[in-house]
Design a protein around this ligand. Sequence first.
Ligand code: ZN
Ligand code: ZN
Length: 608
Amino acid sequence: MKVRWLGSAGEVGRSCVEINVDGRLFILDCGIKLSGEGTYPDFSDVDISAIEAVIISHAHLDHSGYAPYLYHIGYNGPIYFTKPTFELALLLQKDYIKVQSLEGVTPPFFNEDIRKEINRAVTLNYEEKVYINDDVALTFFNAGHILGSAQVCLDTPYGRIVYTGDIGSDVKTLDPIKKNIPGVDYLIIESTYGMKNDVHRPMEEREKELIRVIKETKKKKGNVLIPVFAIDRAQNIMILLKEARERGEISQPIFIEGMLVKANDIYSNYPDWMNKKMFDMFKKEDPFNNPMFREVWNRKKIIQMSEPIIVVTTSGMMSGGPVIDYFNSWASDERNTLVLVGYQVEDTFGRQILEGLREFKDEDGKMKKIKARVESIEFSAHADHPSIVEYVNAFRVAPKKVFLDHGEGEKLTELCTEISKITECVIAEPKISYQLGKEEAIKEARPRPEVVYEEKLPPVECPFEFIVTTPQDKYFKDRAVSLIENSREVLLISGYLDDSVVSFIIDAVKKGVKVKAIFRHITRPGNKKAFKTLRNNGAQVRVNRDCHARFIISDDREAIISSGDLTRDSFYDHYEAGILTTDAATIKKATAFFYQMWDQSIEGYIKE
Ligand SMILES: [Zn+2]
Ligand SMILES: [Zn+2]
């Protein structure tokens, strides 16, 4: 077995590690570097036909952003994610294409490559072990960094290798990283904050400081502008603000805008992937859809509001996005405050302001003074030096060898010195092949996975052909798509419809199939888009906030029914339990129920 870095050795960005097991390749992460030298991983000498699987640790662009490129150049194999990572990664990849096009650059891949990726996607839960070829098994373990983030664990005939991806610490919404994964032979670990003096202040202290700044700004009747990264930082800041408001510490109206709104929707779909506190919060209400957070519909109006407000928006390093408009209008008023809550990479606008820039050119080329207060309170989603060392120390039996990547210069050497006290440590270098384990290791015969859903029918008393539960939701979705594709006359649908499903429905409409669809959460951007797209293509669509059921009924011949209990809590069951049936009586009952809901649904639609 060999390991080689195609990116992220000695740098932060374009994470991409190649594991070679007997000539078959496993690609761990495939990311983009957003600033500095070298944008993409180097695949120049990689035999694409030898790639067995691509595995993505988490959604951040520096880990997932370049994956569709592999499909662009002919890879057609599986790509593994956790479910939330899959959704978040698609959001960022699509956005990347858009941003590139806006900047007049031809993107390295296109939407059709993302569609290929969607078709080959396999989603897994944490700690669900699957064989991804005859010899190699994959397990994801929680990394505590962003929603869905995972450590990638590969069991090979040459030993167990764990690639941490990015390690989180103190993330408000998530459980902490899983430590002491048993039996690890080789460890690849990130080093973003590897320097000895990279020590984060206690979270409580940082939270208090942010609240204090917000209160002081209100006293001066100024506005607070908080640029955030759409994934993770946004949600953490929102929860922090929500709690402070509920404690009565702050009272300004809070506005949110930008891609974070779409990311919120994905967070809202996965309460059970967050920590217990968040899960309990979700039982009462969706914290990200709380009326306390007002989505911006008219930016100009919000900018000119007379009362002091808080705006949380993208982009986090002020390199574009709505934050620029707010900053242009508010920067020269000394009553206002800009709070930078994320790491500001060199050469970004955010970094320049942080380093004392006090004058800038706005979009019309006018010079403007920065008189607003500027504060930097970093809420990093990365582990600091002591936390990384602690993670390595926590193994009951230390790994034989630790490789460091995702870090720069001294950060790597200082961390390596520290880890060398525990076990052998290597700073990964680009494009060097490291031999792991003995080549002559004897391959153990390993049991093949049992694929339960391919078994024939369940016992006769059951009127249904299949009962489907996690983790086979991909199978569930595949069946849904085939049901939609094979509809000849009528198709009744309710529930969440993602982009890929919508395109199949439109194809059905074009074949002359009559489609009726009921949406529940029309305010969610994904659903809003699906609603519009379907309506514009001739499907009948209605909205019903009380519609908790998920149905796909095709031609009265076949139906998928999920969240069948139709209770308030049914959203926890999304994708988790379902029935696929051809039983006429059940279909009839489901159809009658659908039409009952249809009659109670409205055709209305929230205005832009
Ligand atoms: Zn990350
Ligand atoms: Zn990263």
